[in-house]
Design a protein around this ligand. Structure first.
Ligand code: FEO
Length: 164
């Protein structure tokens, strides 16, 4: 048996994972619409991964004979600004999910709920990987931004040339 509190918290986490999927799907559509097909592809795959995360928790609850109560999923935004702003949002979102997972783990430890702890360990590791991947993408975007700023600075300097 798991506690009622843990059951409610895990049902809520299913919703958080499904919301993540919905959020990345919305970002994918936005990126595709901007003709950023690579970003769109990455985000669509990420949306599928998040859906699988929700199913993973759902299957855990079912495997230990617990009921699953699906909650309403919030509406995600439709506009995300520049690729840099969009991936900053992804990072912020993943950090929030990491905090939720850690909170769940703390609760499982407090309740001496060993089965849930083992299930959550997979998510603790997954969150490290996800945050690392997003940080890497952001670093690449920032490197390009810096190069672009340098080009724009040179361009401004060249404009200063007077006629002979
Ligand atoms: Fe399932 Fe990206 O957290």
């Amino acid at each position: 048996m798991i506690s009622k509190k843990m059951l409610a918290a895990l049902n809520k986490q299913i919703k958080e994972e499904l919301y993540s999927s919905y959020l990345y799907l919305s970002m994918s559509a936005y990126a595709d619409h901007q003709n950023l097909k690579g970003f769109a592809h990455w985000l669509r795959l990420q949306a599928a991964e998040e859906n699988a995360h929700g199913l993973r928790i759902m299957d855990y609850l079912l495997s230990i004979g617990q009921p699953v109560t699906l909650e309403a999923i919030d509406k995600p935004p439709a506009q995300f600004g520049t690729p840099k702003a969009m991936f900053e949002s992804v990072l912020k979102h993943e950090q929030k999910i990491t905090a939720f997972i850690h909170k769940l783990y703390e609760q499982a430890v407090e309740e001496q709920d060993y089965r849930t702890q083992i299930m959550l360990q997979w998510f603790v590791t997954e969150q490290i990987e996800e945050e690392e991947q997003v940080q890497e993408i952001l670093a690449r975007i920032e490197a390009v931004d810096e190069k672009m700023s340098a080009i724009l600075w040179i361009d401004k300097e060249l404009k200063k040339r007077g006629g002979d």
